[in-house]
Design a protein around this ligand. Structure first.
Ligand code: SAM
Ligand code: DTB
Ligand code: SF4
Length: 326
């Protein structure tokens, strides 16, 4: 399929009726053809030499009641992660100040919750206000939200809410049983209705099939609005989790997933998310060429290591890439 054929007259100018077959056809293209199409479309919407930097902060670590098989923070699995209480506001803001001075433009606060409790809402709303006062965009990922909670976060000024679909509807129940795919979509709807930008993506390298990867992208692209940002995570295998030692993905299939995400969601930020510690500089450069234009920046994701900031800045300099906001 050519880039021209991709354009269809939908109200927002984008397609929301992708079939799984069409996405699999992208995956099956010769790699150079797929990269060429994805990169050509990328250039129509973005400066290919700019990357957005988001920094993560785990505001509530571990002790999570959910059973996500990839996650070191679930209380069900014997990992090294110790459960902690909700972080104090000042500590969160100290991290945000550091992130801003290192060049991040968004601060993403994550909590190992099934959903936030009423008693936590005031504290997280203070964090949102504090982060925005520093001149950073705010993002939160706190689990499932009901409409009232989404409205409260919006009221506090939240810019983005991250809630991943994680995989295809078919593969999802192999990975998580404590909440359904439908629950996930409902939270995304609540976030959207509240007027908060949606950040939603998933994980690859969990042993899923090509059809599952296509199904995940199909779900995301066929939402009523494309997510403003789409994190594509490569599974970080953590000892003690059920997925430790399982899965894995050919680096070229990972790059194909990024390229297909770009093709089906042309104007969304596609974030090269967890898993960069296991990627070579060359693989990351190909991901950027395929359409990734955001990363998680800073030496830690939520509980696992991420490349050092200086290494990322050095890689950008070698590639002639400038962080957004610089
Ligand atoms: N507890 C909340 C939830 O799950 O909705 C928010 C935090 S949770 C850690 C956010 C996302 O991180 C998950 O949906 C998953 O996509 C990603 N994630 C968690 N563990 C991961 C791992 N080991 N490798 C890659 N991505 C991971
Ligand atoms: C997302 O898609 N990836 C981030 C963020 N959203 C919250 C989390 C990655 C977590 C990797 C495993 C860890 O560090 O605990
Ligand atoms: Fe809990 Fe989120 Fe980890 Fe699932 S991904 S176990 S909900 S912290």
């Amino acid at each position: 399929m050519s880039v021209e054929q991709l354009e269809h007259p939908y109200p927002d100018g984008f397609r929301h009726n992708w079939t799984r077959r069409e996405i699999i056809e992208f995956f099956d293209l010769p790699l150079m053809d797929l990269l060429f199409q994805a990169h050509s479309l990328h250039r129509q919407y973005f400066d290919p030499n700019k990357i957005q930097l988001s920094q993560l902060c785990s505001i509530k670590t571990g002790g999570c009641p959910e059973d996500c098989k990839y996650c070191p923070q679930s209380s069900r699995y014997p990992t090294d992660v110790e459960a902690e209480r909700l972080m104090a506001l000042e500590k969160v803001l100290a991290g945000a100040r550091k992130a801003k001075s290192a060049g991040a433009t968004r601060y993403c606060m994550g909590a190992a919750w099934r959903s936030p409790k009423g008693r936590d809402m005031a504290a997280v709303c203070d964090m949102i206000r504090g982060v925005r006062n520093l001149g950073l965009e705010s993002c939160m990922t706190l689990g499932m939200l009901d409409p009232a909670q989404a409205a409260q976060l919006k009221q506090a000024g939240l810019d983005y809410y991250n809630h991943n679909v994680d995989s295809s509807p078919e593969y999802y129940p192999e990975i998580i049983t404590t909440r359904s795919y439908e629950d996930r979509l409902k939270t995304l709807e609540n976030v959207r209705t509240a007027g908060i930008n949606v950040c939603s993506g998933g994980i690859v390298g969990m042993g899923e099939s090509k059809a599952d990867r296509a199904g995940m992208l199909q779900t995301l692209a066929n939402l009523p609005q494309h997510p403003g940002s789409v994190p594509i995570n490569m599974l970080v295998q953590v000892e003690g989790t059920p997925l430790y030692g399982a899965g894995g993905i050919d680096p070229f299939d990972f790059i194909r997933t990024i390229a297909a995400a770009r093709l089906v969601m042309p104007a969304s930020y596609v974030r090269l998310s967890a898993g960069r510690e296991a990627m070579s500089d060359e693989m990351q450069a190909l991901c950027f060429f395929a359409g990734a234009n955001s990363i998680f920046y800073g030496e830690k994701l939520l509980t696992t290591p991420n490349p050092l900031q200086n290494n990322d800045l050095d890689l950008f300099a070698r590639l002639g890439i400038t962080p957004e906001g610089k």
